[in-house]
Design a protein around this ligand. Sequence first.
Ligand SMILES: Cc1cc2nc3c(=O)[nH]c(=O)nc-3n(C[C@H](O)[C@H](O)[C@H](O)COP(=O)(O)OP(=O)(O)OC[C@H]3O[C@@H](n4cnc5c(N)ncnc54)[C@H](O)[C@@H]3O)c2cc1C
Length: 412
Amino acid sequence: MERTTCAVVGGGPAGMVLGLILARAGVEVTVLEKHGDFLRDFRGDTVHTSTLTLIDELGLWPRFERLPYRALTRARVRMDAGEATIGDLSRLDAPHPMVAMTPQWHLLDLLAGAAREEPTFTLRMHTEVTGLVRRDERVTGVRLDDGSELAADLVVACDGRDSRVRADSGLPLHRYDVPIDVEWFRVPRQADDPDGGLGRVGRGRFLVMLDRGDYFQCALIVGKGTDAELRAGPVQGLRDVLLGLNPWWEGRLGALTWDDVKLLEVTLDRLRRWSAPGLLCIGDAAHAMSPVGGVGINLAVQDAVAAATRLAAPLLAGDAEAVDRAGRAVQRRRTVPTVVTQTAQDLAHRRVVAPMLAQGTEETDETLPWPVRVAQRFPALQWVPARAIGIGVLPEHAPDFARRPPLPVVAS
Ligand SMILES: Cc1cc2nc3c(=O)[nH]c(=O)nc-3n(C[C@H](O)[C@H](O)[C@H](O)COP(=O)(O)OP(=O)(O)OC[C@H]3O[C@@H](n4cnc5c(N)ncnc54)[C@H](O)[C@@H]3O)c2cc1C
C-alpha cells in the first residue's frame, strides 16, 4: 500500500494552503483532488486582506500581483433610496488593504505551483477519496476511487461543505436553519459599468455582482426551496426581476436561459468535534459557510495556517499522540472566529435577508437603514465592516518555517 505522512483530501483554498505550508516544513504531504483542474466557476472570487498578507509572508506576492485581479477597496450597496459605502477596506492597517477579486482557479494554481517546488509535496488530481481506512479506533488512511488505499499518519478533510470524509467520520454536526438559496449566473459587463463588488438591495431582492472583467458573476438570493417554482416559469420572469433591480442591464439579458443559472443550496453548519484519532477536519468540511459576507474562503485559509503551524512538528516527529493533541488545539484556536462569523451570518439570514425577501417587490423610497446612514456621516465607522470582511476574527500568520523573501516569478 502507498503511504504518505499527511493525506489532505481536497485541493480547495484550505487544502492547498495546508499542503504548501506543511511541505515547507519538510512534511511529506499528498493533496488528493477529485477534479482534473481548478477551472470551475462555481466558486467564490475573493482573496481577502489577511490572505494577501499571508501571500506576502510566503514570498508569493510577486506572483500574485501578476494575476488578473481587481482591487476592491470599498464594499458598496445600492438600494432604492440611493448608494452607500458600508465598508472601507483602504482604512485597514495591512500591506494590501483591499479584497482582490480574482477567479479562484488563479489562486489555487499559484499555491499549487509554489507547493510543487517543495520536494515533499505531491498533488494528485483526478483522485477522489471514497472513504476512510481505520485500524482499531484510529484513522490510518483513505480509500480512493480506483479501489486503492493511501496510508497516512494523519488525514485532513478539506473536501468542502459536502465532505465525504466528514460523513464517513461520524463526527457530530450542528446545523443552522437557513432560509435562503442562491441563483448563480453571469451577465455581460461593459467597460463603464461599476467595478469591484456591488450589492443591489431592493424590491424584496438581494443581488450581488462580482466584477470578473467582461462579465459580472451574479448571485441572486432567493427563498430556500423556491428554485423549482421559479424554474417552472419562463426565464423572462428572472430577466424582469433583474431589470427591475438594474434597468441599465436592458439589452444584455436576452441570451440568459435557465441552463445558465445554477442553484447553490446554502448550508450553515459546524462540527461539534473537528478531530478524531488520525483525522482532522478544517475549512468548509468542519464548518460550511454561507456566502453572506463572502468570508468562507478566508476562514478556510486561516484554518489551514493554524493547522499547519500546530501539526508540522508532531508530524515530522512521527508522534501520533502529539498529532492528535495538535488536532484538538486547532479546533480550540479556530472555534471563536468560526462561531462569531457563523452567528453573524445566521443573524443576517434571519433578521435582514429573510424579512427582505418577504417584503413586496415594489420599488420603495424609504431612506437608507440607520446604521448605513450613520456610516455615511462618520466614514471612520466603515472600518468595522471592512475589518470583519477583510481580516476577520483572530487572523493567522505564516509560521517562521514557511516564510520566504519575495520569490521570483516562474513561467506557468
Ligand atoms: C457559489 C458560491 C459562491 C461563494 N462565494 C464566496 C465568496 O465570494 N467569498 C468567500 O469567501 N466565500 C465564498 N463562498 C464560500 C467558499 O467558496 C467556501 O467557504 C470555501 O471555498 C471553503 O474552502 P474549502 O477549501 O474548505 O472547500 P472548497 O473550496 O469547497 O474545496 C473543496 C475541494 O475538495 C474537493 N473534493 C470534494 N470532495 C472530494 C473527494 N471526495 N475527494 C477529493 N477531492 C474532493 C473539491 O473538488 C474542492 O476542490 C462561496 C461558495 C459558493 C458555493
